[in-house]
Design a binder for this molecule. Structure first.
Ligand code: SF4
Length: 463
């Protein structure tokens, strides 16, 4: 095995924004060592697989990908392979036994230790860095170079989760909650704004459960402080837990126009009976009341949610309650999945009857078709509106670009004579609308009213 540092690295990232940011943190450490990124895994001397355990058969998929990388290693014997992310945390040392060519394993809470782990590997060890150190022992330093190409600056504020939803594996893969101090968070956001980011996204599994370890200031205080920073044009945060959303947090939407009119608020089910079995700790009454207060605080707030169908014991009546909730709230988008058991979670021990796979499939398709109708109606109501759009990528056809409206909808548009850079804001008029995207045309700022566009989706009637 080589005793030299690798020259080129390749990172494959699965899963959520937390993993995306973890990959930036991994890349940052390598780039500080002079190791350069490549987009071609076959050219890399170091491959990192940053895995996700949320989807079905996660471990199986991760091992199968590691198997593909082993084949590359046969052609480049000095290549190193690192297994990272939530599946790596779950598998630990066992992964080294199952994959003889695997060089090291890093859990999500140990991402900041990559450099040391690499050094240990070069000394001949096969390190396994899993477990959950305190926030004060975690390294969040990330250089700006590794954020290049990103359209927004993501900032972790809280890692892990103290809740015990009976279907969820996150508490065992990301550990108990660890809060970053407010001073560190504000300094990182300031640094990203000075670098030129227009949009900041605060991240955490239960982002609104954040507390400053020193002063006990809560997330409403943090939102207020971050949104007040000079130069911040857009602020988002994900993921919020309904029960932890205080009125002071709701009020921030009215107080700060730069907090985007969009919120991801997972409900998981429209049935109180199922919510109880899931251990969510709230009822649909609380959820509806919160939605009402949020929409009173910011007119036209767009909401998205997560839903699980076919949870053990879910009856047709329970599922109908979920459809009713979707019809009432009229989400801008819904991320829905069929329930599948995860190792070590409580749901399989609830002794509830399983929903047959074919029935769970049918329910999922019914939900998707209802949501598609709602989304199409909401999006079509936006035709003619003008939005300040944050550019996220080049379009699929020449002369076009893609971006996100403040209400987080995807919009493809013709950029006119001057394309904008990724991460820039462009004023765009919506000309067509479909269920999953808008189509528009860039406008010159002098042609259009200098107003920050609002999401004008019809308000739901919450009863
Ligand atoms: S709140 Fe529930 S679903 Fe979300 S990460 Fe924690 S345990 Fe999982």
């Amino acid at each position: 095995m080589t005793k030299d540092l690798p020259k080129r690295f390749f990172v494959e990232t699965w899963g959520c924004q937390m993993n995306e940011l973890d990959s930036q943190r991994l890349s940052s450490q390598l780039m500080q060592e002079g190791i350069l990124p490549t987009r071609d895994a076959s050219q890399a001397d170091l491959i990192l697989l940053n895995s996700c355990s949320v989807r079905e058969k996660a471990a199986h998929k991760a091992y199968s990908r590691l198997g593909e990388y082993r084949l590359l290693k046969q052609q480049r014997p000095n290549m190193l392979i690192g297994f990272c992310g939530c599946v790596a945390q779950q598998e630990g040392a066992q992964a080294l036994k199952r994959v003889p060519d695997l060089d090291f394993v890093i859990g999500p809470a140990r991402v900041g230790e990559l450099r040391q782990i690499l050094q240990q590997r070069l000394l001949g060890k096969r390190p396994v860095a899993t477990g959950f150190p305190d926030a004060s022992d975690r390294n969040y330093d990330i250089d700006l170079l590794s954020r290049e190409g990103s359209h927004k600056g993501m900032v972790t504020i809280i890692e892990g989760c103290n809740k015990k939803c009976t279907f969820c594996i996150v508490p065992s893969t990301r550990g108990p909650e660890q809060n970053r101090p407010i001073g560190d968070i504000l300094a990182e956001v300031r640094h990203l704004l000075d670098f030129g980011f227009r949009e900041i996204e605060l991240l955490g599994q239960t982002v609104n459960h954040w507390r400053d370890p020193g002063t006990d200031a809560d997330f409403a205080v943090l939102l207020d402080r971050v949104a007040s920073l000079e130069g911040l044009e857009r602020l988002r945060f994900i993921t919020s837990y309904p029960r932890d959303f205080s009125q002071e947090m709701v009020n921030q939407f009215a107080r700060h126009p730069n907090i985007c009119p969009y919120l991801h608020l997972p409900v998981q089910s429209g049935s109180d009976r199922v919510l109880k079995m899931m251990g969510r700790g709230y009822t649909t009454e609380l959820y509806f009341d919160l939605v009402d207060r949020l929409r009173n605080s910011r007119a036209g707030l767009a909401l998205s949610t997560d839903i699980i169908v076919g949870f053990p014991g879910e009856t047709q009546q329970d599922f109908q309650a979920t459809l009713d909730l979707i019809s009432k709230v009229r989400f801008a988008s819904v991320y829905a999945f069929k329930y599948s058991p995860r190792p070590g979670t409580a749901a399989p021990r609830l002794n509830q009857p399983e929903v047959p796979l074919a029935e769970a499939d049918r329910r999922l398709q019914t939900l998707f078709s209802l949501q598609k109708e709602i989304q199409t109606e909401l999006n079509q109501a936006l035709v003619g509106d003008i939005f300040d759009v944050l550019i996220t990528s080049w379009g699929k056809t020449p002369g076009t670009q893609t971006g996100r409206t403040p209400c987080h909808r995807v919009i493809h548009f013709e950029h006119g004579s001057e394309p904008a850079a990724i991460g820039d804001l462009v004023r765009v008029k919506v000309e067509q609308a479909y269920a999953h995207s808008l189509i528009g045309r860039a406008m010159s700022h002098s042609d259009t009213p200098a107003v920050r566009s609002q999401d004008t989706s019809p308000l739901p009637i919450i009863t």
